[in-house]
Design a protein around this ligand. Structure first.
Ligand SMILES: C[S@@+](CC[C@H](N)C(=O)[O-])C[C@H]1O[C@@H](n2cnc3c(N)ncnc32)[C@H](O)[C@@H]1O
Length: 281
């Protein structure tokens, strides 16, 4: 699931109680599978930033280190920040295996544990889009960016079966819990909204559109793997199972994948995303 729903549900509540929004734990499940799927986008983010040797690079929401490691291989001096401790440990292990010196630190996009003006490039591959307060996250990216630096991040455009799955799944869970709709998240996919958000910090925005293809042996295999690996799916299905609605939801999600399947002999779904570049005026 590729969506940017910034809250998950408290998995201990009943259908009658109000869900207290809690940040999802991205260390659950097996995020490593998703990281591999998102690797081409991490490459696109690093490419868009034009990272060079010796540059100071911050990867916000680094997860298992996709963009951070690519930048470090280019000779950049890289720091990765993420709230998920398990993913940071995986990232540290991967850096060690390659002999790359990357600093991975626990932290949130809205309060980055790094000094002002300290990075030439601030990157985020499908991560800052999960910040619950977009203004606060952008203010932090701008705070830590050195003069003449650039911010580059990726953001989903809703498209294809996988995009639809990510849009529908959180609603299925909320409906199962009889919970009210969440506050509307910031439109990280909307160029005009992004221009306005960054203009408040004297920054201009340019975007480029890309495709990311998700494949598997079949829609069934894709959904089964997502259900047991993607952190948001693992948490969501735990709630649905508790409420006895998991199989109904599974069928509904499978139908979305089957209807949107682009490959009659297997499974293929093309998602679109933006790389967003912000620089000072
Ligand atoms: C879709 S994953 C992307 C991870 C990584 N950038 C990659 O390319 O694989 C989203 C990441 O955002 C992180 N994240 C979620 N909320 C965050 C927040 N408020 N601040 C910083 N990172 C956050 C998660 O822990 C997770 O690692």
């Amino acid at each position: 699931m590729s969506g940017s729903d910034s809250t998950s549900v408290n998995t201990t509540m009943s259908a009658q109680t109000m869900p207290a929004p809690t940040p999802p734990d991205w260390g659950r499940g097996r995020y490593e599978r998703t990281a591999a799927q998102l690797l081409p986008a991490a490459q696109a983010v690093v490419d868009a930033a034009g990272v060079g040797p010796g540059e100071r690079v911050l990867d916000i929401g680094c997860g298992t280190g996709n963009a951070a490691l690519i930048a470090a291989r280019l000779g950049a001096r890289v720091t990765g920040v993420d709230p998920a401790e398990r993913l940071l440990d995986v990232a540290r292990g991967l850096a060690r295996e390659e002999g790359l010196d990357v600093g991975f630190r626990s932290g949130d996009a809205a309060s980055l544990p790094v000094p002002d003006d300290s990075f030439d490039a601030v990157l985020s591959n499908f991560a800052v889009i999960f910040a619950s307060d977009a203004d606060a996250a952008v203010a932090e990216m701008v705070r830590v960016l050195a003069p003449a630096g650039r911010i580059v991040f990726s953001s989903w455009l809703r498209h294809g079966a996988v995009g639809q799955l990510s849009a529908v799944a959180p609603d299925l869970i909320r409906r199962a819990l009889d919970a009210p709709p969440p506050p509307r998240p910031f439109a990280w996919h909307d160029e005009n909204a992004l221009r306005t958000l960054f203009a408040a910090h004297d920054m201009t925005v340019t975007v480029a559109q890309h495709d990311l293809v998700f494949t598997d042996e079949s829609p069934e295999a894709y959904l089964e793997a997502e259900r047991h690996s993607h952190p948001l799916a693992v948490a969501g299905f735990e709630v649905l199972e508790r409420l006895g609605q998991a199989e109904q939801a599974h069928k509904q999600l499978l139908q979305i994948l089957t209807d949107g399947n682009e490959d009659t002999g297997a499974f293929r779904s093309t998602s679109h995303y933006l790389t967003v570049t912000a620089v000072g005026r």
